[in-house]
Design a protein around this ligand. Sequence first.
Ligand SMILES: *[C@@H]1O[C@H](CO)[C@@H](O)[C@H](O)[C@H]1NC(C)=O
Ligand SMILES: [Zn+2]
Length: 361
Amino acid sequence: MVTFFIFYFSSKIMAERLLIKALYGGKNTKIITLNGKKMKKMPSALGRLPGLRILLLQNNLISKVCPEISILTQLTALNLGNNLLEEVPEEMKYLTTLKKLHLFGNRIGRFAPGACDGLQNLILLNLNKNQLTWLPQEVSRLKRLKYLSINHNRLACLPRELCFLRNLSELQLNHNKLICIPGEIGSLKKLQKLCLACNDIETLPEEICELKKLRILDIAGNLIQIFPLGFQNLKLREFYCEGNPLFLKQPIFAALKEDDVWSLQEITLRFIMNELAEQNPLLMHALEWYPEVKNKIAQEKSCAVCGKPFITPWLECVRFVRPPKNWKISKNLHLVPLQTFTCCHKCFIHRGRNLFAIGQA
Ligand SMILES: *[C@@H]1O[C@H](CO)[C@@H](O)[C@H](O)[C@H]1NC(C)=O
Ligand SMILES: [Zn+2]
């Protein structure tokens, strides 16, 4: 029979004494709860409970993880929230069966080297309210991670390796200092909830439109004026966008140049792209020898009016569309501003009534 021992102790000494008593309960002890006991150290007696599954130590004064934790090879949940840790401890790498790890409310400013090495079964990682300014590339080792929460930290950027976590379903990064989001985010095909509120983001990458499973998007409190084209096709259920300087529908004037003067490079690229669109076999073959041209062409955009490809737009424009009916929107947003481009003066002149130029009047 599996025995569950749950301990609620009133004092630290009691806690440790009773923990030792639990040892007589023996190898079957599955859960230990030592919340809010003013403990400065993890009890080393834990090393004698190899069958432990759940260890709850939140609201203490722990600044280091004891080495005996490496014995706990059946642990599935560890809560060290609201303690005094300064890093994601290296010892985490021994916890190869761990599924949930709570480290919120510490003073964590870094991941110890190797900390992620053994956490291949981790599903949930909560690092809210810490002092992280960056994430190591090694986070990509957390292959099974579904829920990652790093709200209230100081992250200024995200490593592209974060986007290798293809199992992520929920990513929370509210209240950081993020300026941009890597385009690789488009590869998080299972992402359902993305929270980026209260950062310094100016633009969302086009690839965000590839997140077919995304249902909840929170970008409130950023510096976003316009959304990438295709944004309106997201199947959102909830969309929070208050506190952004979004373009409103009104003529937005630009200093219009009338001449189409292009660099030779742009003229050549447009020519090549048009030929490729016609499947010119000679060019398609030749291109294999010019990777730098291929890379350029990968940045191809198309004209909102004529649909033809180009690299350097003639003019950036905004088009306003009604938000899809099933989006529940946090603010009274009648029209969603989408970023579009026109390829030349002629196209701009023939634009529809809903297209406005962006720029200085
Ligand atoms: C996603 O998780 C499964 C197990 O649930 C794992 O086998 C797979 O490798 C993970 N995918 C990636 C891309 O890491
Ligand atoms: Zn055009």
